[in-house]
Design a protein around this ligand. Structure first.
Ligand code: AMP
Length: 419
């Protein structure tokens, strides 16, 4: 047996996923976002330059596709969508800002699979490219909160918030964290990877999954205590506006979000029904990514990615099930013998042409077995065509919900079923 690739999933029923996607799209439309689509394969360099070489995603988790002779540049399966959107913004010379767009689809990370962590998963990615105001951040977080809380009726989550300041603030902060790590009582306690990160890209130590490192970092300096005046004013304004918008959040001073491109606002939505992989949505500001990826000028931006699989887990944990869209009534056409199969095919075709949902049994099953199958399929009406019906140009219509049956002329059957 050929089995699926490790860390991937088969979805044999996508109704809940479709519900989530349809409602997300509807919600984003209310906030004036437009859907776009970008490729799943991208140049490897795009993520090396944007996420950063020292991040877990780029250093350990990329699905790299070997370059062929004619394709010199290495390509990869996208591990996230923000960088692709920024590339698309630059490459397509989008000039109208703020560019409020979203994209959803599969992303790939070579992680150790566990509940809520897959190697192929799906993200809903939402971005506002070219909007420097922190007011945008407040609106953005409120928009997500409203979707999770009001549209999906999820209420067992927390919004974790931090502020990473401007480039100068982060440079000062890196220095303070490095000094902290170099302390003789601290350095021996951290893992070897964190020791390397200390010298190469020190803020990445906060991504370390090692519990003993995490314990040490509880005492690490926080960035918000040393923000410059302008950033401090923005951080205070953000908190005030979120309060005015009735968004409850928890300040999380060590939230740095695993990727290098973030500046200023960072946030994560975290649910206690998810276990270890508790974050189901995360994002923040990336004020310099457009110019870092070759854009003519900086376009301060904010974005977020929501993990669809994790949202589905949170939705499934809800007590009250979601009311998924009802399927149209199914009509099953049953030829009693081989001789009626062609007529059955034509009757089913007529129903389908008139917008009725119909299936036809063409495998020569016994009547008993066809009824059993129709029942299992949840059919509403069975249209039985035997020798007599063929001769009389009728069908016997049996209502499987109440067991009644009637003989109806073939030419009247659509009107009868639509009644
Ligand atoms: P990130 O781009 O790492 O901030 O991830 C954004 C969201 O994607 C997270 O909040 C998760 O919901 C989801 N996510 C990230 N990695 C995985 C994974 N390996 N499997 C499933 N969902 C994931």
């Amino acid at each position: 047996m050929i089995t699926r690739v490790k860390g991937t999933q088969d979805f044999l029923d996508v109704r809940l996923m479709n519900y989530l996607i349809a409602h997300f799209k509807k919600h984003l439309q209310l906030y004036n976002f437009t859907e776009i689509a970008t490729p799943i394969v991208e140049p490897l360099e795009l993520f090396q330059r944007s996420l950063g070489e020292e991040t877990d995603v780029v250093s350990k988790e990329m699905f790299i596709i070997k370059s062929s002779d004619e394709e010199k540049e290495a390509i990869c399966l996208r591990p996230e969508i923000t960088a692709s959107i920024v590339r698309a913004f630059i490459e397509n010379h989008v000039t109208q800002v703020p560019w409020k767009i979203y994209n959803w689809g599969p992303v790939f990370r070579y992680e150790r699979p566990q509940k809520g962590r897959y190697r192929q998963f799906h993200q809903f990615d939402i971005e506002v490219i070219g909007s420097p105001s922190v007011v945008q951040d407040a609106q953005f977080i409120k928009m997500l909160d409203r979707f999770f809380h009001e549209s999906l009726k999820i209420n067992n989550y927390a919004i974790l918030l931090n502020f990473l300041g401007c480039a100068q603030d982060r440079a000062d902060y890196r220095e303070r964290v490095r000094n902290f790590l170099n302390r003789p009582d601290i350095l021996p306690k951290i893992c070897d990877t964190c020791k390397i990160r200390k010298d190469k890209n020190v803020l990445r130590i906060f991504d370390c999954k090692n519990p003993s490192c995490q314990e040490v970092y509880n005492d690490a300096p926080t960035i918000v205590t040393n923000l410059c005046d302008a950033c401090m004013a923005e951080w205070e304004l953000l908190q005030k506006q979120l309060q005015l918008l009735s968004v409850s959040f928890a300040f999380q001073p060590r939230l740095v979000r695993g990727l290098d491109y973030y500046s200023k606002t960072v946030f994560e939505f975290s649910s206690n029904s998810l276990g270890a992989q508790s974050a189901f949505c995360g994002g923040g500001r990336f004020d310099h990514l457009v110019s870092e990826l070759g854009g003519k000028e900086d376009q301060p931006s904010i974005g977020a990615a929501a993990g669809i699989e994790r949202l589905l887990l949170v939705m499934q944990a809800r007590q009250e099930p979601f009311r998924l869209e009802e399927l149209p009534a199914l009509h099953v056409v049953m030829p009693v013998a081989k001789e009626q199969q062609t007529l059955a095919l034509l009757v089913a075709d007529h129903l389908q042409a008139q917008g009725l949902c119909a299936d036809v049994f063409v495998d020569g099953d016994s009547l008993k077995s066809m009824f059993r199958k129709a029942d299992k399929m949840g059919a509403h009406y069975c249209l039985i065509i035997g020798e007599q019906e063929q001769l009389d140009q009728t069908v016997t219509v049996k209502n499987l919900r109440n067991g009644t049956q009637e003989t109806v002329a073939q030419r009247d059957v659509v009107a009868y079923l639509k009644k």
